[in-house]
Write a protein that binds this ligand. Sequence first.
Ligand code: SF4
Length: 183
Amino acid sequence: MARYTDPVCRICRREGLKLFLKGSRCFSKKCAFERRSTPPGMNTQRRRKVSEFGMQMREKQKVRRSYSVLEKQFRNYFAKAEQHKGIAADFIVSAAVLKISRPRRPTDIPSFGTKVGDRIEVREGRRGREIFKTAAETMKSAAIPEWVSIDAAKLAGSVLAEPAREQMPLEFNEQLVVEYYSR
Ligand code: SF4
């Protein structure tokens, strides 16, 4: 399966906001966006007029990247949400809920899909790793959305319900994304 392999902090700088793609580092002073929030590789003094299409595409990329989903999969989420009323909100919710890894099936793919009722946990034998110890500490103090439950000791989480749009923490203009795919 294709994966994004470039430094992920560039994505935050490119999209102009923190997307929290590097765990506890995102909450520390090491966060690249906190240190430098300008887009990578660009002369930031130059201001370009962004077209309507450009805005739609930028917003689409922002949502897609914040859930670590590749283009084809993201487009599939859109097609799925398109079958329901309230397409814009459903689209974002689909991307969020489906993002988390499915239980009883080993995976290290962040964009792997789940559904309501699924439980995800780190294998017992791996919980002692430094990265997971840090994650457990972060989980204890993190703001947990109402639609998931967290068991920090077991490094586990369950999807309790599909979130309402207003329960999604990141700020997106999903209407722009809908317009992008509806061209
Ligand atoms: Fe983005 Fe900062 Fe996290 Fe890097 S550390 S992924 S720049 S929020």
